[in-house]
Design a binder for this molecule. Structure first.
Ligand SMILES: Cc1ncc(COP(=O)(O)O)c(C=O)c1O
Length: 376
């Protein structure tokens, strides 16, 4: 059993537990100060014990994307939002088969999804709360106009055991630096206000208005009407989050530790973390280069990769690593790096305090009677 960082085989995911706790506390304090509910998205950590820590700090429930995440989180959470269209009979059946102890809410944006979910819920004889998803600028999912939202909400209300609970949106299009989000937030404010007013006039007041993201986390209160937020990335943060100023570099809690395996080619060092450890994720927002950067040398980016090789560009540093050195890489997009790993290791200093499997990764059913945390 690895006891210290130097015992770990690389590449490996390492979580700085002090930073993780600080990140969890900061978000919990922020929502308390602003009268918002926090329903964090678990896609970032996919880990029941971190979800339990979020709930212990006052999160009202959890947000999931996949049926597997919902199954894994049902071990610790009694109030789950599946913020992904419940389309496909197998997916809908799997959602309504979640333990009955779970209060289940699902976000959707089509009549097809309403009808399918209603049929599945009826067959399983379970109530399912529904949020009508609206597009507030991201252009991914969500109905475009309020008339469509009203029609869907009416359809939900007429399809017991579904219950209309409100609306949701994801402001994933707001990727400017935190200090430069004014115009985007003004547009969001206006769109949310117009939608809520129209729903109210139609007799479909939205009890829940679910929004929020990590880049906009600290400005969530500037969109009146929003009742709950669903940031995910904030638990660990990543290079993109730091780049937009939604966290400081010192708030990055997860790194991929990697070993320098070659310095044979001048001007670069090669580490054992490539696309299968970091993912090939762009640095969103700024258009900056590379797929990750070193925690201790942020000017050094992983600029090229193959599956098991990551090339560190040394052109902007006088630092010269040696073969065998271990480095800490901050991935551009931490959620993808987590999804690619089997386990994470929580450290204070160099000591590994706990290790855990990434329980909700993958697609297959989680064995619900397996221990949430099989210590590795
Ligand atoms: C529907 C939905 N809600 C919440 C989130 C969490 O946002 P973030 O990654 O900015 O923390 C995501 C992220 O992809 C999402 O798709």
């Amino acid at each position: 059993m690895p006891a210290t960082l130097s015992d770990l085989e690389t590449p490996a995911l390492v979580v700085d537990l002090d930073r993780l706790e600080r990140n969890l506390d900061r978000a919990a304090e922020y929502v308390r100060a602003h009268g918002l509910a926090l329903r964090p998205h678990v896609k970032t950590h996919k880990t029941p014990w971190i979800a339990a820590e979020q709930l212990r700090r006052g999160a009202v429930g959890l947000t999931c994307a996949t049926p597997r995440e919902a199954e894994a989180m049902s071990e610790v959470g009694r109030d789950l939002l599946v913020a992904y269209p419940p389309v496909g009979a197998a997916r809908a059946r799997r959602l309504v088969a979640l333990p009955e102890s779970v209060r289940l809410t699902v976000g959707l944006d089509s009549a097809t999804a309403v009808d399918l979910l209603a049929a599945s819920a009826r067959a399983a004889d379970r109530p399912v709360h529904v949020l009508v998803e609206m597009d507030m600028g991201m252009r991914r999912v969500g109905v475009a106009g309020v008339e469509e939202a009203i029609a869907l909400a009416r359809r939900v209300a007429a399809s017991p055991p579904l219950e209309y609970a409100g609306v949701m949106f994801y402001p994933g299009h707001v990727r400017e630096a935190v200090t430069e989000q004014e115009a985007s937030l003004a547009a969001l404010r206006q769109a949310v206000h117009a939608a809520l007013a129209a729903l109210e006039r139609a007799g479909l007041r939205a009890g829940v208005v679910s929004g929020g993201s990590t880049p906009t986390l600290w400005r969530s209160h500037e969109v009146p009407g929003v009742t709950e937020i669903r940031p995910g990335t904030y638990v660990f943060n990543d290079r993109t989050t730091a780049e937009v100023g939604a966290c400081a570099w010192d708030d990055v809690a997860l790194t991929v530790i990697a070993t320098v395996v070659s310095t044979a080619v001048a001007g670069q060092a090669v580490i054992d973390a490539g696309t299968k450890a970091l993912g090939r994720e762009p640095l969103r927002g700024s258009g900056g280069e590379g797929y990750g950067a070193l925690l201790d040398h942020p000017e050094v980016a992983v600029t090229q990769m193959s599956e098991e090789h990551g090339m560190l560009d040394l052109s902007r540093t006088s630092w010269r690593p040696e073969v065998g050195d271990v480095v800490r890489v901050v991935p551009n997009h931490v959620c993808v790096a987590v999804h690619l790993a089997d386990a994470m290791h929580g450290v204070r200093g160099d000591t590994i305090e706990r290790s855990w499997p990434v329980a909700a990764r993958g697609r297959a059913r989680v064995e619900l009677d397996a221990p949430a945390e099989a210590a590795t």
